[in-house]
Design a protein around this ligand. Structure first.
Ligand code: NAP
Length: 308
């Protein structure tokens, strides 16, 4: 039989590392499966300006390294591998990683969320040839080129503003004329001379060939009229979906797959806790994820104590 751990943390964004820090300081000897791409979405973020304690801002990857090393200093054991499946039918819970079985009395799920694609014609063919969901990763490929950003939230504004470092022109394509983006980020984009915002437009099809993206057919949803625009890069920033596939329906979620809390941060399975973007449909901030990771660690510790 494999060793039984007190707590296994699955996922390694701000929620996971904070849960790891608190669990480690509480002498729970936590084990974390951080994923092959450890650090979560903030590894793809250029500047974080709204996490308290960094008056000059900090790069996403840099902050994740700091959170990780802080938790490791207190004994968090981090393995940079993905969890393939779990068995929550009895305790200790089963966790499988590259075919190896681990057991734990409690789990904290902090797997976050991943980018949603538009799913329109031509998208699959042009992924990696000009269409991306990460300006920080791919923006530099588009020096002096014309690119589009799809979406009307903070992500779209952030990506568009970042892309002006490289691109000659950035066009934001948004399906309405009301924006979910915060005023400060919308104004920053609006005031940038390299950015044009097209409202009431939806991408119907991406145009290109094996050499790369050439443009898009966009439609006005009010009257169905279509036009063609030229671009060699496109960044989709229309939101994220929670990463819960490995749970195989063993925890209650909402209709979109976000894990539901039943009591504080505990899920529908007693002993399984969840924190961060995999739960959060409302705030989705690094600081709120970190706070929830702290809550989940405290809840799991108290719950384990109550079981003795
Ligand atoms: P979001 O706020 O949910 O915005 C998604 C945008 O995509 C909306 O404008 C939405 O349009 C549009 N959209 C959704 N599905 C679409 C489709 N199929 N076709 C075309 N457009 C579509 O998502 P987000 O911008 O990723 O932000 C998520 C959270 O992260 C927010 O809480 C945000 O504040 C936070 N965030 C913060 C920062 C920061 O503070 N630095 C940076 C990035 C994100 P509709 O409005 O018409 O639905």
């Amino acid at each position: 039989m494999p060793t039984t751990h007190n707590v296994i943390i699955i996922g390694s964004g701000p929620a996971g590392y904070t849960a790891g820090l608190y669990s480690a300081r509480a002498m729970m000897e936590p084990l974390m499966f951080a994923g092959y791409m450890s650090g979560g979405q903030l590894m793809l973020t250029s500047d974080i300006e709204n996490f308290p304690g960094y008056p000059e801002g900090i790069g996403g990857p840099e902050m994740m390294m700091e959170l990780r090393s802080q938790a490791e200093r207190f004994g968090l054991n981090v393995i940079d591998k993905n969890v393939e499946k779990v068995d929550l039918s009895s305790r200790p819970f089963g966790v499988w990683v590259e075919g190896v079985e681990y057991r734990s009395e409690s789990l904290i799920v902090c797997t976050g969320a991943e980018a949603i694609w538009l799913g329109v014609k031509g998208e699959d063919a042009q992924k990696g040839r000009g269409i991306s969901t990460c300006a920080t990763c791919d923006g530099a490929f588009f020096k002096d080129e014309e690119v589009v950003v799809v979406g009307g939230g903070d992500s779209a504004m952030e990506e568009a503003t970042f892309l002006t470092r490289f691109a000659s022109k950035v066009t934001i394509i948004h399906r309405r004329d009301v924006f979910r983006a915060s005023k400060v980020m919308l104004d920053r984009a609006k005031n940038n001379p390299k950015i044009e915002i097209m409202t009431h437009r939806q991408v119907k099809e991406w145009l290109g060939d094996e050499k790369g993206l050439k443009g898009a057919i966009i439609q006005d949803p009010r009257d169905g009229s279509q036009e063609q625009i030229a671009c060699t890069g496109a960044f989709i920033a229309i939101g994220h979906k929670p990463i819960t596939g490995f749970l195989d329906g063993q925890i209650e979620t909402d209709s979109e797959g976000y894990i539901l809390h039943v009591e504080n941060t505990m899920t529908s399975v007693p002993g399984v806790f969840a924190a961060g973007d995999v739960v959060d449909t409302r705030y989705r901030q690094a600081i709120t994820a970190a706070g929830m990771g702290c809550q989940a660690a405290i809840d799991s510790e108290r719950w384990l104590e109550s079981q003795h």
